[in-house]
Design a binder for this molecule. Sequence first.
Ligand code: NAP
Ligand code: F7E
Length: 348
Amino acid sequence: MKKVLITGIRGQDGAYLAKLLLEEGYEVYGADRRSSDASYWRLEKLKIKDKVKIIYMDLLEDSNVAEVIREHRFDQIYNLAAQSFVHASFKQPILTSNVNSLGVLRILEAIRMFSKDTKFYQASTSELFGKVIEIPQKETTPFYPRSPYGVSKLFAHWITVNYREAYDMFNVCGILFNHESPLRSIEFVTKKVVNSVSKIKLGLLEKLEIGNIEAKRDWGYAPEYVYGMYLMMNHNVPEDFVLATGESHSVKELIEKAFSFIDMYLRWEEKDGRFIALDKNGNIRVVTDKQYYRPSEVDFLVGDYSKAKNVLGWEPKVKFDKLIEIMMTEELKELEKLRRNENTILQG
Ligand code: NAP
Ligand code: F7E
């Protein structure tokens, strides 16, 4: 049985990847940083909590990383741990760099010293392309990151490539465009929008407050992307791959799509530099707020996944419309369940 370590086990991708690897017959270890509120709700939701072996490994702690890797000598390590919220990286650039850049180097150094045959996956990102130099973006497109997050991931990407070339290690970088799911954290825009729109539908919220509605992203479906990671790690040569859908949509389109799911159609107006959207009765349902804007923005991303398609046979099936449908359906179901439970408690 192959032994695999997933860092960032409590995150969206960690949960889906753990499920996939368990199904493929791996012995799955999940690296978690210690927390006073260790909630494993994603693993529980996927019904795999008892099957994943949790170990403490904080990417900030050199000796902790080294000891875990020396002790276990995993066949594979997927490094998904990160301070992954771009907006927060402007407020915490040093922490972000320490985890996302030096954290990767700590793992690579431990593999180099103690476990040279361990295959390593690094979670690179479309944020590397930032202010894009080419459309669509592919593996050979030059990078131009636009946030401390993007810059931290740039170091991580190149140090992973460097250790592959310098020490002949099996290291791969998956340059993944945005991928979402019902397990996405609420701070990210897709989940925030579907959550707010669902609450509006249920009468629990009046309006959605949002940032830059003009930004465009290439949004895919997370379970399909973790399958792409798996294919990269099991390809015979260590190489880097872009995973994307090849479609780009604005935050405004995302909002409209989510509202159309609850049969609410919006009329947009611009007022004093802010955008508002009204429903057919004239109620304000969306309002933009500068607090959600970033000091420097990635305006437009769209990926070219042809290398992954040709070499790995990977292709996304779920595109934008279907993705929003999946997320809205699940969000409404969850909120309704919560409401039923609350009513039962109140009545009981
Ligand atoms: P996520 O939900 O934010 O999960 C990240 C995980 O990293 C969290 O569980 C977090 O732990 C953990 N972590 C943070 N700091 C740590 C530290 N010092 N030591 C150990 N663990 C730490 O992210 P995701 O969406 O699953 O993304 C997975 C990876 O892919 C990330 O590296 C992200 O940057 C990258 N990526 C994501 C996307 C995307 O669209 N989702 C696209 C491209 C690349 P806590 O649970 O304790 O906070
Ligand atoms: O923002 C705009 C925001 O935070 C998307 C991470 O997984 O994908 C993710 O990074 C866009 C941006 O994702 C709000 O300005 C408007 O243009 O959902 P997001 P992200 O920054 O693209 C990449 C590939 C990663 O690697 C990252 O780890 O939406 N936007 N209004 C907003 N964004 C948020 N979060 N909240 C808003 O209210």
